[in-house]
Design a protein around this ligand. Structure first.
Ligand code: FES
Length: 140
């Protein structure tokens, strides 16, 4: 995405909103009592609004999503049959797996279809232009 609207939305990129927390001081999901290991996953130039990005952080495959300026990170593995979610597509805030069309709401990681599915989320925060992901352990 190289248009002006994309640049504007990227400048407004934040972590949080819509039940994800609200701001850069508190990562979402909340960091539980465990080993915290923040790793730089990408920069804001790498992840435009509406995009997915696959990254490998240490030994973990992670998919980053930017939806309306909110950055979230999930294990890059569909809970159905383990297809990489990064091969899917974002339709607004819905991540659709490319294999069998299971759908997930990236605002909270919950399944839309089927509703019983759930993604494993990693905490995300920004440090300047850098997107940091806590790979110390997924929250769920
Ligand atoms: S592997 Fe994702 S829907 Fe089947």
């Amino acid at each position: 995405m190289t248009n002006e609207a994309g640049r504007r939305s990227r400048q407004n990129l934040t972590i949080g909103e819509a039940g994800l927390g609200n701001g850069t001081s508190s990562p979402w999901p909340p960091v539980a009592d465990r080993m915290v290991r923040w790793v730089c996953a990408a920069t804001l130039d790498d992840l435009w609004d509406g995009e997915l990005l696959a990254v490998t952080l240490e030994d973990k495959d992670v998919v980053l999503c930017n939806v309306n300026g909110v950055v979230v990170a999930f294990r890059d593995c569909c809970p159905h049959l383990a297809n990489p979610l990064s091969k899917g597509r974002l339709e607004a805030h819905i991540l659709v797996c490319s294999a069998h069309e299971w759908e997930f709401d990236v605002r909270d990681g919950r399944g839309v279809n089927p509703a019983t599915a759930c993604l494993s989320a990693y905490p995300v925060r920004l440090e300047g232009d850098r997107i940091l992901v806590d790979v110390g352990g997924s929250v769920r």
